[in-house]
Design a protein around this ligand. Structure first.
Ligand SMILES: C[S@@+](CC[C@H](N)C(=O)[O-])C[C@H]1O[C@@H](n2cnc3c(N)ncnc32)[C@H](O)[C@@H]1O
Length: 322
């Protein structure tokens, strides 16, 4: 069996026998006014972090959700886009599609505002999305792409890029590794399916999105996820995994490289009332301006005395220089 078949089999089992804490979310499920999440959906929360960022969801976007799981995030997206087929959720595992459809029927009974036809569940996989080019506003996936080997991840990211409208957003939540995961763990298909051994480092993960054509990436959250310890994972040193929530925008890649926002700001403290770097950034004296990491590096290099760059907060929520 290939690792993708092992993954499919693993989730077929997880659909039939819910495995509480399988993906071990490190935050409680997002609570929204008037939204009741059925118990079974909570038990089948196989994501890490979240892909639901209300500020991304203005204007009733059409959402393509890859890897439906128990349907929790499809329901949460539908909360913001209340119309038939507003959320198209795909999964190659028939057991998972059936479980999600059942769970969404439960949700419809518990929530007056929700109609199960707001979410359309389709058979499909991340490498061949059943959607035309430039047809959706948002693509989301939680805790699936980290399972993919690098070449497959690149295929999946390019597919997401293909189906997004210009300016559209790929919202992801995945584990990343604080150092490269040793090969013996990477080769363990079951651990990979459990989102424990396929993770890339932060730099590799972000570069994959840029290589797929996304010109801007924003980090919404970065937090500890799991510790692979020396006793259970045959390691010489324990290895921390983090979960990373990000949004990648289908915008052209600037000629000097993609913009990656991690929460850095630039603060001008020179003698004038503002600093104009003549390439599009105007900093008012004493006022932090959100900047992408590329601009932060250039400003620090060009104005070492007058500009202070603050550290990445790993919680960036819009606004900024580019
Ligand atoms: C870790 S679970 C995450 C489920 C859901 N996103 C959540 O947060 O609860 C991975 C999901 O991706 C599905 N999946 C597995 N292989 C896939 C593929 N090649 N393309 C799309 N989905 C896939 C699994 O069946 C499962 O529903």
């Amino acid at each position: 069996m290939s690792y993708l078949e092992t993954t499919a089999q693993f989730y077929a089992e997880a659909a039939e026998t819910p495995q509480i804490g399988l993906c071990c979310v490190s935050t409680p499920p997002l609570q929204l006014p008037g939204l009741k999440v059925p118990e079974i959906m909570q038990q089948m929360n196989y994501g890490c972090g979240t892909t639901i960022h209300p500020t991304e969801l203005f204007g009733e976007p059409t959402v393509l959700y890859i890897g439906v799981g128990g349907g929790l995030e499809a329901l949460q997206f539908a909360y913001f886009c209340r119309k038939p087929s507003a959320v198209i959720a795909i999964d190659p595992v028939s057991e998972m599609r059936l479980a999600a459809a059942r769970n969404l029927q439960f949700a419809a009974k518990e929530n007056d505002w929700f109609d199960a036809n707001f979410v359309k569940i389709l058979e499909g996989n991340a490498f061949e999305l059943p959607m035309p080019d430039a047809s959706v506003d948002v693509v989301a996936q939680n805790c699936l792409f980290n399972i993919f080997e690098p070449a497959d991840l690149q295929r999946a990211l390019r597919e997401a890029h293909r189906v997004l409208k210009p300016g559209g957003r790929l919202i992801m939540s995945d584990p990343i590794a604080t150092r490269p995961i040793p090969l013996h763990l990477q080769a363990d298909e079951r651990l990979r399916a459990m989102c424990l051994s396929g993770a890339m480092t932060y730099d590799e993960y972000i570069q994959q999105s840029i290589d797929a054509g996304f010109g801007q990436v924003e980090i919404r959250a970065r937090r500890p996820y799991r510790l692979l310890d020396i006793h259970n994972y045959d390691l010489e040193q324990s290895l921390l995994l983090e979960s990373l929530d990000s949004v990648s925008f289908k915008v052209p890649i600037p000629s000097d490289g993609a913009c990656v926002f991690t929460g850095k700001t630039a603060i001008y403290s020179g003698a004038e009332s503002f600093l104009d770097d003549r390439v599009g950034h105007v900093l008012q004296r004493g006022i932090p301006s959100a900047v992408c990491d590329k601009t932060a590096t250039k400003l620090a290099l060009n104005f070492p005395q007058e500009v202070t760059i603050t550290d990445s907060t790993w919680h960036y929520n819009g606004g900024g220089c580019c």
